[in-house]
Ligand binder design. Structure first.
Ligand code: HEM
Length: 216
């Protein structure tokens, strides 16, 4: 395999990326056609997913495959909790419920964290590299649509305080992908899991779209 792994995984997930990016819910949300309650519900779903990602990270820190990807500056749970306090009030936890699609997504992440470090890398890539890329577009639109302070409470999830240069960080991340300590067959499995990760995200968007249909 001559193609760098970072290119392979990016190319292989390109089609699903377009699907996720152009989902009805995302379009309505970022088009400013939904209320802040839809944004809060989406943020709450992310909290369930990132808890699975970051609880799993603790166990994998010394793993030869997944360990190098686990970097404290990426961790998002504390930021999501601050956003949710802002969006829903101090007792937001009492009402937090995962959609069935979110529960399935978080369960798959937890399963990979427990049993399959390569699969965990696929989920890690799908979320964190996305947050460092398109996440910045989402932040900008959210600030404008619902009046959050720039990079303030409500959109802290999208602000990586300890990553001053996301482009450089992404280059470093791609180097980690290119050097991942697995054989070609395992790389293919990781690519397949990445496609699954995108599909799991799309399912969450679909469920959110059902919960927040546009009143035409
Ligand atoms: C409205 C929603 C979204 C927008 C506007 C968006 C936009 C973008 C943009 C502009 C990039 C940079 C591409 C480049 O570097 O050339 C990117 C990369 C990426 N996005 Fe998204 N995205 C969105 C949703 C998502 C979702 C839902 C996921 C998956 C959960 C995702 C995962 C990724 C990943 C993994 C990358 C990095 C690709 C790579 O360079 O390897 N994105 N996105």
């Amino acid at each position: 395999m001559d193609t760098p792994f970072s290119t392979l995984i990016r190319t292989a997930s390109h089609e699903q990326h377009t699907e996720a990016e152009t989902s009805t819910f995302m379009g309505d949300l970022l088009g400013g056609r939904l209320g802040v309650d839809a944004y809060a519900r989406y943020t709450e779903q992310l909290w369930f997913v990132y808890r699975a990602l970051e609880d799993g990270a603790r166990e994998l820190r010394d793993d030869p495959v997944a360990g190098p990807f686990i970097q404290p500056e990426l961790m998002r749970v504390a930021e999501l909790e601050r956003d949710l306090t802002h969006l829903r009030g101090a007792d937001w936890r009492a009402g937090a419920r995962p959609l069935a699609a979110t529960a399935a997504y978080a369960a798959r992440v937890a399963e990979c964290a427990r049993d399959w470090p390569g699969g965990y890398v696929a989920h890690h890539y799908t979320r964190y590299l996305g947050d460092l890329s398109g996440g910045q577009i989402i932040r900008d639109k959210a600030e404008k649509a619902w009046g959050f302070a720039r990079k303030g409470d409500g959109v802290r999830f999208y602000v990586f305080e300890s990553i001053p240069n996301p482009a450089a960080f992404k280059r470093g991340y791609r180097e980690l992908l290119d050097g991942v300590a697995v054989d070609d067959l395992e790389k293919q499995r990781i690519v397949d899991e990445c496609k699954r990760a995108f599909a799991l995200n799309t399912e969450v968007f679909r469920a959110l779209g059902e919960e927040f249909p546009l009143s035409a």
